[in-house]
Design a protein around this ligand. Structure first.
Ligand code: FE2
Length: 428
């Protein structure tokens, strides 16, 4: 018996509308006409996609679920800087409870599902000696696993060397089941300590067979070059393809000659880069007068160097960022503007950065719309990758393992001009 048959589905790489047959949580076949023998079996549910665009689910490669939806607690970030955000987070942490972290994170996951984000890599602050947020997010990862894949990164917000207990609590969080080793080298006391932290954390990941994802060079300082050390350690320890540099905003201000040496080394190490356009457009360059730097990594150049780049939302209504609905299409939309990536192929590349490239960063298996992949997909009220970014449209159906887990009404407006009603869908 088929769980689900999606008909009239528009896929990015096919001219004809397709049928997608799903069985036991997997995609059984993708074809203009699923063969009669398969269709003879009973189908539990059929969805007519009406020619709309069907995509694998969105992947948020970088989020902070432990602080999400805490905006204004205990007060707002007046300067808009990363450092004031860290200070407010430090004030908020002692007041947090298991219940409040969990309720906010769970609410955010409901938003995520409605927006079609079924895979999230979330950092979790491991500085707290009792690791309360770690316990909450591990619990949530388990409770929500039927609906969403949550990958957790041990994030030492206070630095593993700057804080005397940093390395111990991070290691304890890995013992509890956190998936990925994090870091924050630019926040350590010196450049040398930052470099040492990169070495120690990569060695820890290598010993435990884990991936690495560091907050790296989230700074406007062009001399913040911890990505160089991260690239070197990746190569030295044989971690190619399993390491990610998140933020990398100092790359925006680095000397061009230095970057021309750096990018081939990053390509050789199969470094994954995670850019967070919404948040870094907001918090970088705050110490500048005019002209103000925008502080994003060099995404077009990274892609030209065949380096995998994915995008993250980073924050949603917390001490660092007051906005957001956890819409990855909004992230790509900001990226198109802020990264000068408005070309048609560049827009498609940004769509890939919130889908397939994210899956590569997270080392996901069975992701995609091919036979044998997990039957996870989103039907968008749009006709293409580019239109999806332009409209940030309704996610009509969100499907997880062959079951509908979220529906949204089609968006349209009726404009009344005199006696005439005109339907507007914002499509030319
Ligand atoms: Fe972050």
């Amino acid at each position: 018996m088929l769980d689900l048959l999606v008909i009239n589905a528009r896929l990015h790489n096919k001219k004809e509308l397709m049928q997608i047959a799903c069985k036991e949580g997997k995609i059984l076949g993708v074809s203009p006409q699923i063969d009669a023998k398969t269709l003879q079996t009973q189908t539990l549910q059929t969805i007519d996609a009406e020619g709309y665009f069907v995509t694998p689910p969105f992947v948020d490669s970088h989020l902070h679920l432990d602080g999400t939806l805490s905006l204004g607690l205990p007060h707002l970030n007046q300067s808009g800087t990363l450092l004031e955000g860290i200070k407010i987070w430090g004030e908020l942490k002692p007041t947090l409870t298991h219940e409040t972290i969990k309720a906010r994170a769970k609410k955010l996951l409901h938003w995520s599902i409605a927006k079609g984000n079924l895979v999230i890599r979330s950092h979790v602050d491991t500085s707290d000696p009792c690791l309360m947020a770690v316990d909450v997010l591990l619990e949530l990862r388990h409770e929500m696993k039927e609906f969403i894949d949550l990958q957790l990164v041990a994030f030492p917000q206070n630095g593993v060397l700057r804080s005397t207990t940093g390395m111990a609590t991070l290691t304890s969080s890995l013992d509890k089941g956190v998936d990925v080793v994090g870091g924050i080298p630019h926040f350590e006391r010196t450049m040398a300590d930052g470099q040492t932290s990169v070495r120690l954390l990569c060695e820890l990941a290598e010993q435990r067979g884990l991936m690495v994802d560091m907050h790296c060079d989230e700074s406007d300082d062009p001399h913040s070059r911890h990505i160089e050390a991260l690239t070197f350690e990746t190569q030295r320890l044989g971690l190619q393809g399993r390491v990610a540099g998140s933020h990398l905003t100092s790359m925006h201000s680095m000397d061009n000659y230095y970057v021309s040496k750096l990018l081939p080394l990053m390509a050789e190490a199969k470094m994954n880069c995670i850019c967070n356009p919404l948040v870094n457009m907001s918090i970088q360059g705050r110490h500048d007068t005019y002209p103000k730097r925008r502080g994003l990594m060099r995404v077009p150049e990274l892609l030209d160097a065949r380096i995998n780049v994915s995008l993250g939302h980073d924050d949603v209504m917390d001490p660092w960022y007051p906005m957001g609905t956890h819409d990855m299409l909004e992230v790509a939309h900001m990226g198109a503007h802020a990264l000068h990536m408005t070309g048609i192929d560049q827009q498609a590349a940004l769509f890939d950065a919130i889908t397939v490239n994210g899956a590569k960063t997270l080392n996901l298996e069975n992701y995609g719309l091919e036979p044998g992949c997990n039957a996870d997909m989103v039907i968008l009220q749009a006709s293409s990758k580019q239109e999806a970014i332009r409209l940030r449209p309704a996610r009509l159906f969100v499907i997880r393992r062959g079951k509908i887990i979220s529906r949204m009404e089609k968006a349209k407006a009726t404009v009344t001009i005199g006696a005439e009603d005109v339907t507007v869908d914002f499509c030319p």
